[in-house]
Structures are given as structure tokens and as C-alpha cells.
Design a protein around this ligand. Structure first.
Ligand SMILES: [Fe+2]
Length: 342
């Protein structure tokens, strides 16, 4: 299967879907279209023949679906995710690429919609990231394949997914506790910045530094994020403190409360580390991404005292093993690995 999926542009009312994400779906949940000529043309009907989809997936192509079918499609993709992850006929690298694309497709509206995170959206979010967590806990090869798959362009939902994946991998490496504890790191890591949905785009996307009042607005995302999650289910989740605390720093320089050291929950500290690392190694409108080596140097030296020495040390050890492990994975782009692993 081609690593590079051609995403076609979408006309109004439609959205593009890479064909590869549909190959393990039990039944087509909605009509699929392709865009030839002035209007999209029906290619496969809801419940129709999946073989046509697989042929197109093998060519790295994509489809269009109507936006009104988006929720149906996302539900079906989330349901297919465990099958994708468990498919032993496909290499760990290919499984990771497909799984990452599915998670991105299912979750991107959660991070882009201006409307509130609702009950069903939050349950879909849990279900999706929990499938990834379960596989990463058990399957060493998948861990490295998933890290190598991460997309490092600037998008709120890919940063969220990356933070969750690094969180799972690091919590697993540190023998953090029960699988429930790792699941909560993943959920909290995924939703840590959900409150940014509430921040005006003028502040969020400002390429230059924020002034004092804009900075105050930006800082509200930790409280509004945890409030959104509590409101969506009607009761607190065991991971909401991660959302509330992910900008607290060990030396007390963080926000919103300026807590120090052990005053910050360990899982919040862990998410704080992987959040900062992924942010530094991702391109931003105002700066190029830094290498993993430089990111870790910045976090250890320039930001000395902000992060737990122990968690940083473990993260560095973990990434140090990454090159060797990923080098054994067929299909991994080693140039990319070198960039990630520094
Ligand atoms: Fe944040």
C-alpha cells in the first residue's frame, strides 16, 4: 500500500476520506463519491462492495463523503479501529499509519468545531484513544511504529494525538501503574488542550508574542478544558486534573495555580513533559521545528527546574532506544526517525 495518500480537494458539502482508512470497516456506513467533472460522482453505495474500496486504497487514493454523513462515518471508523490494530497480516508500520489516519479522521472535528464537546463526542473520543492505548500497552513493535508514524505538522488534533501517544509510551516505559492509569494519561493527554476551542483565533493563531491580556485569555484554556469534559459527561473523570494541571511547572513558574513539585500530580507532570516536547518538535507559524536532541536540551537546560528530572531522564532513555528499535521496522523512513529521535 502506498505510504503517500492522495487527498483530493473537496467541494462544498463534502469532505475527503483516504481510502486506506476504510479497508477494515465491516460495512460501508454511507455513500462514497469521487470527484470527476463538475460534480462528485457516486462510487460505492452505503452497504456496498468493499472490494472496490480496497482497490482504490492500494493505489493510495481517497474518496469524498457528504458532510451530513460525517458522524456515521466516524462511528464506523472508530468501530473498525481494533480490527485495524489487530490485523496481523499487515506490518506494524502499515497498521500504525492506518490507525493514525483513522484517529485523526475521527477526532479532528472534536478539536476544530466551535461548538461544545458533547456527551457522544466525548465517549467517541474515549473509545478511539482507548483502542490505541490497549494495543500500545501490549505490542512493543506497535509502540515504535506509532511513534515513527506521528505527523509533525501544525494541527491541534495531531498535537493532541501525539501527546497521547507519547504519554502512553512513556507511562508504559516508566511502569506507571495499572492499565487504567495509562488509559487516563492517554485520555488526559489527548484532551489536554481541548479548552483552546474556546480561545479566539486571533489569540490562538497570533504569530508574534501575546500581550498581557491576550496571555491571560490563553491561560484560561486549562480551566475551560477541564470544565468542558466535566460538563460533557455530567461528572468528573479521573483524568480531568491532567487537563487542569498540564501547564503547572515543578519550580512554581507554571499556571494557573503556580503549584510546585509534588503538589502537581505525577500524571499531569508526565503530560506536561510530552506536551512540551511535541510542541517544540512541531513546526509553528512563527518558528521551525527543533530536533528532538535540541528539544530535550532546551527542556533540561533553558527550562531547568520546570520539569521533573526523573520523568525527563526516563523520557530521554526511552527516546534513546528509539533509533535501534525503529531501525528494525520494515517500512520506517529512517531519515524521519533520526529527526524524531535526535
Ligand atoms: Fe496547553
Amino acid at each position: 500500500m502506498s505510504a503517500q495518500t492522495q487527498i483530493m480537494p473537496a467541494p462544498p458539502g463534502y469532505e475527503p476520506v483516504p481510502a486506506r482508512v476504510l479497508t477494515d470497516i465491516a460495512t460501508l456506513p454511507c455513500d462514497l463519491y469521487i470527484w470527476r467533472g463538475p460534480r462528485p460522482v457516486l462510487y460505492a453505495m452505503k452497504g456496498g462492495d468493499l472490494r472496490k474500496v480496497i482497490t482504490r486504497a492500494q493505489r493510495g487514493m481517497s474518496f469524498l463523503v457528504r458532510e451530513i454523513d460525517s458522524d456515521l462515518l466516524r462511528g464506523a471508523l472508530a468501530a473498525a479501529l481494533p480490527t485495524v490494530l489487530a490485523n496481523q497480516h499487515v506490518s506494524a508500520v502499515e497498521r500504525s499509519k492506518t490507525a493514525y489516519s483513522i484517529v485523526a479522521k475521527v477526532l479532528s472535528p472534536i478539536f476544530t468545531r466551535e461548538n461544545a464537546l458533547d456527551h457522544d463526542g466525548l465517549l467517541l473520543t474515549h473509545r478511539t484513544i482507548d483502542a490505541i492505548t490497549l494495543h500500545l500497552i501490549d505490542d512493543e513493535e506497535m509502540v515504535w511504529a506509532m511513534v515513527a508514524t506521528m505527523q509533525k505538522h501544525l494541527a491541534t488534533h495531531t498535537h493532541a494525538i501525539n501527546t497521547a501517544v507519547y504519554g502512553i509510551v512513556l507511562a508504559r516505559f516508566m511502569e506507571f501503574g495499572s492499565s487504567d492509569a495509562i488509559r487516563d494519561v492517554a485520555r488526559g493527554g489527548l484532551l489536554h488542550d481541548i479548552g483552546k476551542n474556546r480561545i479566539p483565533r486571533t489569540v490562538l493563531d497570533k504569530p508574534s508574542g501575546l500581550d498581557a491580556s491576550e496571555w491571560q485569555v490563553m491561560q484560561t484554556h486549562v480551566k475551560s478544558g477541564s470544565d468542558m469534559v466535566i460538563r460533557a459527561l455530567g461528572y468528573p473523570q479521573p483524568y480531568v486534573h491532567i487537563i487542569a494541571e498540564h501547564h503547572e511547572r515543578c519550580d512554581g513558574s507554571g499556571y494557573p495555580a503556580g503549584r510546585q513539585g509534588s503538589g502537581i500530580a505525577l500524571d499531569s507532570q508526565l503530560v506536561g513533559v510530552v506536551d512540551a516536547f511535541d510542541a517544540l518538535t512541531t513546526r509553528r507559524p512563527y518558528r521551525a521545528p527543533v530536533s528532538a536532541f535540541d528539544a530535550l536540551h532546551i527542556m533540561r537546560v533553558t527550562m531547568r527546574g520546570q520539569f521533573s528530572d526523573e520523568i525527563l531522564r526516563e523520557f530521554i532513555k526511552l527516546l534513546g532506544g528509539f533509533n535501534a528499535a525503529a531501525a528494525g521496522l520494515e517500512g520506517v523512513d529512517l531519515t524521519r526517525v533520526m529527526r524524531v529521535a535526535g
